[in-house]
Structures are given as C-alpha cells and as structure tokens.
Ligand binder design. Structure first.
Ligand code: HEM
Ligand code: HEM
Length: 230
C-alpha cells in the first residue's frame, strides 16, 4: 500500500511524484472560477422570500454548477492517478494539515453548492447553467430544511474562502521563505524549467574546483527539499 496525501491507496495505483499538465490546468481553472463566484456572491442581491431572478443570481448559480462539475472531474482524476505530497522533511502536523485541506476543498466545493441549490429551490428561483441547461428544483418552495441549508451554504462558503486564503499563504510561504519547490510543482513546466536550469547551474558551480562548492551544494539541497501546502 502507498501513502498518498496522508491516506492509503491500493498498491495497484502507484502515486505520481508531480502534477500533470491537466491537473495543474484544472487547479488554476478552479481558482479563476471560484474568484469570479465570490465576486458575484458579494455583488448579487440578498436572497429572501420576495427575491426575483436576475442576471447576477443566475451567474452565481451557473458558475456554482460549473465549479461542482470541474471539481468532480478533478476528484475522479485524482483518485485514478494519485499524487504524493512532496514533503519528506516536513513535520507530521504539516503533512496532515496539507492533506486535510485538500480533502476539505473537494468536500466543500462539491457538497456545499447543493445546499445553495436547495435554498434557491426553496426561494422558487430557477437554476440553470447560463440559461442553456435548466436544472430541476431539489426542494419544495419554502421548505424549512432547504432554508436552513441556505444558511449553512453561506457559512460554509465564507469558511472555504478563509481556507483558500490560508492555502495560498502557505504556498507563498513555501516559495518565498522556505525556498522549496512546493509552489513550483503546481506551476506550468516553463516556470519549472527555469528553476531546473538554476539547480543545474548550482550543481555545476558546486562541481567546479575552488568554486565555493560547499555553499552552492547546501543551497541546492535546501531547494531540492519539498514540503506541502496546507
Ligand atoms: C463553489 C460554488 C459556490 C460558492 C463559492 C458560493 C458562495 C456563496 C456565498 C459566499 C454566498 C453568501 C452571499 C452573502 O453572504 O450574501 C452564497 C449564497 C447563496 N448561494 Fe452560493 N456559492 C456557490 C454555489 C452555489 C450554487 C451552485 C447555488 C445554486 C444552484 C448557490 C446558491 C446560493 C444561494 C441561494 C445563496 C443565498 C443563500 C441564502 O441566503 O439562503 N450557490 N453563495
Ligand atoms: C480556489 C482556490 C483554490 C483551491 C480550491 C485549491 C485547491 C487545491 C487542491 C485540492 C490541491 C491538491 C491537489 C489536487 O488535488 O489537485 C491544491 C494543491 C496546491 N495548491 Fe491550491 N487551491 C486554490 C488556490 C491556490 C492558490 C491561490 C495557490 C498559490 C498561491 C495554490 C497553490 C497550490 C499548490 C502549490 C499546490 C500543491 C501542493 C502540493 O501538493 O505540494 N492553490 N490546491
């Protein structure tokens, strides 16, 4: 059995050491979609008993459904091809919080939107994807449970934003303070290429006679060590 993201997966699916282009592309696509979703959530009118459908509310529902779909694709891809955390020297609490954060993102961004959908139905607001794909109501008008679900949706989504803030700060901390490869492994190959070139230069410098190789080797060692983003 292999350990991946703090969890155990069958030996038949060995964990890859890095993220593929599709995984990276989908990660940054979700970042963009979620950013737009929060801006729309802030701008859209408060939803209450007399709220009428409107463009911002429609956009909120549409982007929300698209986020669920993209996250579901990511989840299937992730389960089919697990990626190991690259953090051999990080303390256990850091590994665990990185794994937990990743799991929470999948749970929150796939499950919590359905609570918003229930609230939309309870407020008799139609849900569709950009007016092209109408979706059914999942709760009766004014259903008590669905109104409560709407309150939970709000709290869960603001909590998700706080988690995103922590996750992004952790990535930046690893890059600018710890100087490791954690952020780079989620960036396109081109950016990784320039880093690899730098590592090669450090190796060459450390190999050159009388070049102060020890210092360069130490820097290379530090850069090569990975860690996780909570
Ligand atoms: C990941 C996707 C989503 C995010 C990040 C998100 C975020 C938010 C946020 C932050 C609020 C609170 C706005 C405020 O405080 O005024 C909100 C409210 C709401 N959202 Fe979403 N949402 C998402 C998906 C959805 C979906 C898919 C639907 C419906 C199909 C939906 C329906 C609603 C409704 C009805 C409310 C008002 C809830 C109430 O007051 O009872 N949301 N959303
Ligand atoms: C909506 C916002 C975000 C969400 C939902 C999100 C979600 C995730 C998830 C689920 C993973 C685990 C890998 C996977 O399953 O594909 C991950 C990894 C990662 N994220 Fe994010 N992320 C967000 C924003 C950011 C931002 C703004 C940054 C950088 C500033 C960032 C940097 C990273 C890095 C570097 C990793 C790789 C960690 C590792 O495995 O070592 N993410 N993210």
């Amino acid at each position: 059995m292999n350990r991946v993201d703090g969890g155990t997966i069958p030996a038949a699916t060995p964990a890859a050491q890095g993220y593929g282009a599709a995984a990276k592309g989908l990660h940054w696509l979700v970042v963009l979609l979620v950013l737009v979703e929060y801006i729309v959530a802030i701008l859209m009118p408060d939803i209450g008993p007399r709220t009428q459908p409107g463009p911002l509310i429609d956009l909120h529902f549409s982007f929300g459904v698209v986020i669920v779909l993209v996250m579901a694709v990511r989840l299937f891809a992730r389960l089919a091809a697990p990626v190991a955390l690259d953090m051999p020297d990080a303390p256990a609490w850091e590994r665990r919080s990185a794994s937990l954060t990743h799991v929470l993102f999948y749970v929150l961004l796939i499950v919590a939107p359905f609570l918003g959908w229930a609230s939309a139905s309870a407020h008799s607001l139609p849900v569709s994807v950009f007016g092209l794909v109408p979706l059914p109501a999942i709760a009766a008008p004014r259903a008590r449970w669905a109104l409560v679900a709407g309150d939970i949706h709000k709290v869960a989504m603001w909590a998700t934003l706080a988690l995103i803030g922590l996750h992004a700060l952790a990535a930046l901390y690893h890059h600018f303070v710890r100087h490791d490869r954690v952020l780079l492994r989620m960036l396109p190959e081109r950016r990784q290429g320039s880093s690899a070139k730098r590592e090669r230069t450090l190796c060459e410098r450390s190999a050159a006679p009388g070049s102060g190789g020890d210092a360069a080797t130490r820097e290379f060692d530090r850069e090569g060590r990975g860690s996780g983003v909570p």
